[in-house]
Design a protein around this ligand. Structure first.
Ligand code: ATP
Ligand code: MG
Length: 202
């Protein structure tokens, strides 16, 4: 029987934007994945402060993926009170899905931090790591860094060139703070949700 292929995309999604969605769709197409699960982080070890609480971040992802039957959102990390580590999330999905290859999707900016992740060597064993291009990160430098990481940790990390969108949650939060339009950078439903709940007002 053909093995299922499931993509996992972790992130703070504070808020989710079109950069995340385009990346997910490209990886789905290129690796012929059956589905992609977005996993908003609860209390991320590497980010001191999130602006929107986990309920709102979950809701925004929920709305962003509503129209795509291959995308879904998991509350696995936000349900926990302790810090969320990718290694635990991957173990959870490995248990949940038998006969499935997991693809963990990150941007090039996130993957170069891999040596600092909790149990990084275990993370590489549990999934196929896919690092996608992101504006501001040179693919040549990222490739060199990834080669070093592969040497240290063992395992392989795939790099993928995807259509690049210079969009970040940090920039979007700044726009809502200043009252500058963020239209077309994120789904309209998410934009409306942010305004209705006054999420990024200082
Ligand atoms: P912030 O500015 O708050 O860090 P972000 O835009 O980087 O937000 P995250 O939630 O931190 O979004 O990112 C989740 C994952 O998506 C990370 O692996 C990140 O590298 C990737 N990612 C985010 N935006 C892009 C983008 N525009 N292009 C490619 N990858 C992206
Ligand atoms: Mg980020």
């Amino acid at each position: 029987m053909k093995k299922r292929k499931v993509g996992i995309m972790g992130g703070s999604f504070d808020p989710i934007h079109l950069g995340h969605l385009v990346v997910a769709n490209e990886v789905l197409n290129i690796y012929n994945l059956d589905e992609i699960i977005f996993v908003p982080t609860g209390n991320p070890p590497h980010k001191d402060k999130l602006r929107a609480d986990s309920f709102h971040r979950y809701m925004m992802v929920y709305m962003a993926v509503l129209s795509n039957d291959k995308f879904s959102v998991s509350d696995f990390e936000i349900r926990k009170n302790d810090k969320s580590y990718t290694v635990n999330t991957l173990k959870h999905f490995r248990q949940l899905y038998e006969d499935t290859d997991l693809y963990f999707i990150t941007g090039a900016d996130a993957i170069i931090e891999l040596p600092h992740w909790h149990e990084a060597a275990e993370v590489i064993k549990l999934c196929k790591l896919v690092a996608v291009s992101r504006p501001g990160i040179s693919m040549k430098e990222a490739r060199q860094r990834i080669d070093e990481i592969e040497n240290i940790l063992g395992g392989t990390i795939e790099m993928l060139q995807v259509p690049m969108l210079q969009i970040s949650s940090t920039d979007i939060r700044g726009r809502f703070e200043k009252g500058i339009s963020a239209k077309y950078l994120l789904p309209e439903s998410v934009e409306q949700y942010i305004m209705k709940n006054k999420l990024y007002k200082s």
